[in-house]
Design a protein around this ligand. Sequence first.
Ligand SMILES: Cc1cc2nc3c(=O)[nH]c(=O)nc-3n(C[C@H](O)[C@H](O)[C@H](O)COP(=O)(O)OP(=O)(O)OC[C@H]3O[C@@H](n4cnc5c(N)ncnc54)[C@H](O)[C@@H]3O)c2cc1C
Length: 435
Amino acid sequence: MESVIVIGAGLAGSEAAWQLARRGIPVELREMKPQKMTPAHHTEYFGELVCSNSLRSDQMENAVGLLKEELRRCSSLIMSCADEHRVEAGGALAVDRHAFAQAITERIKSHPNITVVEGEVTEIPEAGNVILASGPLTSEALSEAISRLFPGSRYLNFFDAAAPLVTFESVDMDSAWFASRYDRGTPDYINCPLTEEEYDVFWRELIHAQEAEVHGFEDAGVFEGCMPVEVMARRGRDTLCYGPLKPVGLKDPKTGKEPFAVVQLRKDNAQGTIYNIVGFQTHLKWGEQKRVFSMIPALKNAEYVRYGVMHRNTFLDSPRLLDRYYRVRGQERLMFAGQITGVEGYVESTASGALAAIELARRLEGKEPVNFPRETAIGALALYISDQSVVNFQPMNINFGLIPQLGYRVKGKRNKNAEISKRALEALGKLDLEP
Ligand SMILES: Cc1cc2nc3c(=O)[nH]c(=O)nc-3n(C[C@H](O)[C@H](O)[C@H](O)COP(=O)(O)OP(=O)(O)OC[C@H]3O[C@@H](n4cnc5c(N)ncnc54)[C@H](O)[C@@H]3O)c2cc1C
């Protein structure tokens, strides 16, 4: 059987390699880590999460919950490792990032059909089937090679920021408490309250704090879903209180009331020794992060194991370049997967890797492609990415707006979404997905 080269062992590349290998196709997986690291990757492991440890909602009334379930039903490697290494996070699927990435690496490296080749890829292989999954921080040389592939087209980009991590022992638990919003489920978050006076001081310092130099960055180029906390704060005094500092459903046991604002911390590893500050992606200078965030009473002595950082995130103008299987139009031996295609997010990147690999495997087996229909989240995302009528293409999270409506009335948004998810899983069940 002809082998496939997969470039990049991130979420998309690892998933793609796995899907091919489990269908008996030999894979050469080329990864530059640990020889060369992107500015956001820090470990030798595959499937490394560069920012939050949350894969977002795991509920079927939420489109990303549906996307996860569809991936599980496609025997996704990433989902299986995420489920194995989950840490409690209310209705979300959060993972112990190290154990998760380690598990992916072990399963990839021990698969008999996968050969891992270490080192930076600087040119696109001239022959054979290739899946390019080198991510939003593709190395410069490969990035240039990709540009040469699409003369006249340009890379698009935006900026993506990561949130800081702090140690549990440095959080002042006398000024914080464990709870989930509305006390639903288990008390998974540490809640750090602020009074109105404390919030005003914090907010004023935050909007005037010094930012780190990021070449070419302006507020306009930030993705709404991952906006730095200081950029959001500059939109108005109350904006954060409707966003990451929303106190609704969080009653402080000391007062029995909802505080003016609440900063939430989510467990980042299974031992619960590290927490991340939810929604605090930032590009403030490191000293400024420590100074300003210490105005949150529970974080006054916080010890940072990683500060927030910001990076330029590049992606292709996919509607003009790729088809519904993430293949390059007119050069079908080349496929792209992951964030570089303009899908946005960990789970979305994984989904594109799965679809690209399933299609390629079918082609190599001489079978008809599996057409994931628009009713499924995996299909809807791919159809959006390759929709030539989309003019001003921007990174896209999965959402129910991409999936056709039901055509009949269902009362209540949650019920309606649950019904759309049910229909999606039925449609997925009709596809021939098994090797
Ligand atoms: C700073 C930042 C923060 C983000 N935060 C979040 C978040 O909180 N939540 C979320 O859902 N999404 C987030 N994203 C978006 C996105 O989900 C992640 O970037 C995700 O990791 C993308 O998966 P991927 O497989 O496409 O790329 P990656 O996971 O980045 O994998 C690409 C792999 O390719 C390798 N590589 C690169 N160039 C080469 C080369 N030339 N040769 C060989 N190997 C190469 C890299 O080392 C890497 O291992 C963030 C992105 C950035 C940049």
